[in-house]
Design a protein around this ligand. Structure first.
Ligand SMILES: Cc1ncc(C[n+]2csc(CCOP(=O)(O)OP(=O)(O)O)c2C)c(N)n1
Ligand code: SF4
Ligand SMILES: [Mg+2]
Length: 263
């Protein structure tokens, strides 16, 4: 194991699901480095929010961007230096709300990068407003009597947008998270991992998820229709089993390959 720790003081709340993402990402990168990935070529780009502090806690190159703006600089970095391994860490408010158009374009272009979405279904850093994945009726700081709108299913949206790797994990499934992160980083194309990262302070969903999650088995990620069906099984609102694992995987030309060809 290579040491990827930093000296930054961790300010996440005790029990926050971000700790699992941090541990899994350090383990995934360390394991990939042992298998030959040059760690000096890894760049983490983060947004603004609790999730974004991860850039301070992993000892690789990093770029702290603006809220909702993870994917434009990440795309620029990848285009300027295609040999770099680019990983974007974004929040649900960040990626699915304020920066949604950037996320759609990164998926549509099939930029060869990994998007890790810390989907706690709440604005954590700004103390509990609702986001595009908060369920109908969510009571938060900006909606004390409950939201009147249903959430989006981000994986369904990403499938329709052209993402070539789609997966889901939770902050209570460390081993699976590490495995998915490794596979997503190695995928050639736009890989998105939606992590049901629990915010213990503003939306504690540990018990809810623990009762419903299961790991995908006998699933063919190369089959678009099967992927769509599994992605739609739980729509982030209804009470249904919640599948974890890799839903979809497809080979397709990447954005930067198009530039290399001059097309
Ligand atoms: C352009 C812009 N809009 C709004 C904000 C205020 N802001 C900072 S963090 C945040 C919410 C973060 O929520 P999310 O992206 O879900 O991340 P989390 O804190 O939950 O990890 C907001 C609205 C900002 N910093 N910049
Ligand atoms: S507010 Fe929520 S997301 Fe932010 S550090 Fe605390 S538990 Fe984690
Ligand atoms: Mg959030």
């Amino acid at each position: 194991m290579i040491d990827l720790n930093t000296t930054a003081v961790n300010t996440w709340c005790p029990g926050c699901g971000n700790f699992a993402i941090l541990t899994a990402m350090k383990a995934a990168l360390s394991s990939l480095a042992e298998e030959g990935l040059p760690i000096e070529n890894v760049v983490i780009v983060s947004g603004i929010g609790c999730h974004a502090k991860i850039a301070d806690y992993i000892n690789v190159n990093s770029f702290y961007s603006l809220h909702g703006r993870v994917f434009p600089p990440a795309t620029g970095i990848k285009l300027a230096k295609p040999e770099l391994t680019v990983i974007g860490h974004a929040g649900d408010g960040d990626a699915y709300g304020e920066g949604l158009e950037h996320l759609i374009f990164a998926a549509k272009r099939n930029v060869n990068m990994t998007a890790i979405i810390h989907n706690n279904r709440v604005y954590g850093l700004t103390t509990g407003q609702y986001t595009p994945t908060s369920p109908l009726g969510f009571k938060g700081r900006s909606t004390p009597s409950g939201t009147r709108e249903a959430p989006i299913n981000p994986l369904d949206l990403m499938l329709a947008s052209g993402a070539t790797f789609l997966a889901r994990g939770t902050s209570h499934g460390l081993e699976l998270l590490k495995k998915i992160f490794k596979e997503a980083i190695l995928h050639k194309g736009f890989a998105l991992v939606d992590v049901l990262q629990v915010c213990v302070t503003y939306y504690n969903m540990y018990e809810y998820y623990d009762k419903r999650v299961y790991e995908l088995k006998d699933h063919n990620p190369g089959d678009h229709d099967q992927a769509e069906k599994k992605i739609r099984e739980w729509d982030y609102n209804k009470d249904a089993p919640i599948a974890l694992g890799v839903f979809y995987k497809k080979d397709a030309p990447t954005f930067e390959e198009g530039f290399k060809r001059g097309s």
